[in-house]
Design a protein around this ligand. Structure first.
Ligand SMILES: Nc1ncnc2c1ncn2[C@@H]1O[C@H](COP(=O)(O)OP(=O)(O)OP(=O)(O)O)[C@@H](O)[C@H]1O
Ligand SMILES: Cc1ncc(CO)c(N)n1
Length: 269
């Protein structure tokens, strides 16, 4: 079985963060492992508290994983502080991690800030240069490219700037901002659009986490970057189309929309 590791924060409501990553990896057929950067007390309406682990303990989790079951891909999500980011960079280099997908999580769907300002600088200087793929949404791409994005042409310009700066592929997610859920991949030689139909569903909690974990899963399985993104886009479209409707805010998606077995049956009554 292929394997993947998520290094991210826990979302108590289960729709984003570590929980979304593990569900996504399992649904995409890979064995999921985790190194937790922080616990969040969170639900579909917002984040009420965050408790970070120490850099030493995060390092120990990563050591435990790599020295036993080597992950075929690593997805990195919420990492709130500079010290934790430095620890991850140190460990990725130590273990020569492959297929590294960095989702530069800055703000939750609910609007809560998930990274400190000084950590953004460390993310840029220490972690992003180790990525094979960066997956910013539009506001994150604006911060990373230092420009405003209001059109598809500007998405292409910003993704190009970020890709050249950090020497990696960049997937700029259209999400709900510019175009109809169309995402742009920028490599050193190509610009490829992944066109998605906009699904009229207000429940988009954890879409970014889910997409990056699905891409990491496909890279772990040996698909090319382009194919991995194409397959991940199909997966998230299915999970959103299932129209799960839980919670009072922007709810989670159905990560298991495509899984039916004897064990998923419900009681008749
Ligand atoms: N309403 C929608 N219909 C179809 N696809 C969507 C919709 N909203 C987001 N997506 C897709 O979900 C993926 C994640 O994009 P998005 O821009 O939502 O990421 P994000 O803002 O980082 O997510 P998060 O809110 O979890 O941080 C992309 O492939 C995007 O095109
Ligand atoms: C823990 C966590 N990571 C990432 C996000 C971004 O959606 C979130 N809301 N919570």
């Amino acid at each position: 079985m292929k394997t993947a590791l998520t290094i991210a924060g826990s979302d108590s409501s289960g729709g984003a963060g570590i929980q979304a990553d593990i569900k996504t990896m399992a649904a995409n057929g890979v064995y999921a492992m985790s190194a937790i950067t922080a616990l969040t007390a969170q639900n579909t309406t917002g984040v009420s508290d965050i408790m970070e682990v120490t850099p030493k303990f995060l390092g120990e989790q990563i050591d435990s994983v790599f020295t036993d079951i080597r992950p075929g891909a690593v997805k990195i999500g919420m990492v709130a502080s500079a010290q934790l980011i430095s620890k991850i960079a140190e460990k990725l280099k130590e273990y020569d991690a492959k297929n590294v997908v960095v989702d530069p999580v800055m703000v939750a769907t609910s609007g809560a800030k998930l990274i400190s300002d000084d950590a953004i600088e460390t993310l840029k200087t220490e972690l992003m240069p180790l990525a094979d793929l960066l997956t910013p949404n539009i506001p994150e791409a604006e911060v990373l490219a230092d420009m405003k994005i209001g059109s598809e042409a500007e998405m292409e310009a910003a993704a190009g700037i970020i890709s050249r700066k950090y020497g990696c592929d960049v997937l700029c997610k259209g999400g709900h901002k510019v175009s109809d859920a169309s995402d742009l991949l920028c490599t050193d030689s190509q610009r490829i659009w992944f066109r998605g139909e906009r699904i009229d569903n207000p429940n988009t909690h954890g879409t970014g986490c889910t997409l990056s974990s699905a891409i990491a899963s496909n890279l772990a399985k040996g698909f090319s970057m382009e194919k991995s993104i194409e397959r991940a886009k199909a997966y998230i479209t299915g999970a959103l189309s299932a129209r799960l409707d839980l919670g009072q805010g922007s709810g989670p998606m159905d990560h298991t929309f495509d899984i039916k077995s004897a064990f998923t049956e419900e009681a008749a009554e």
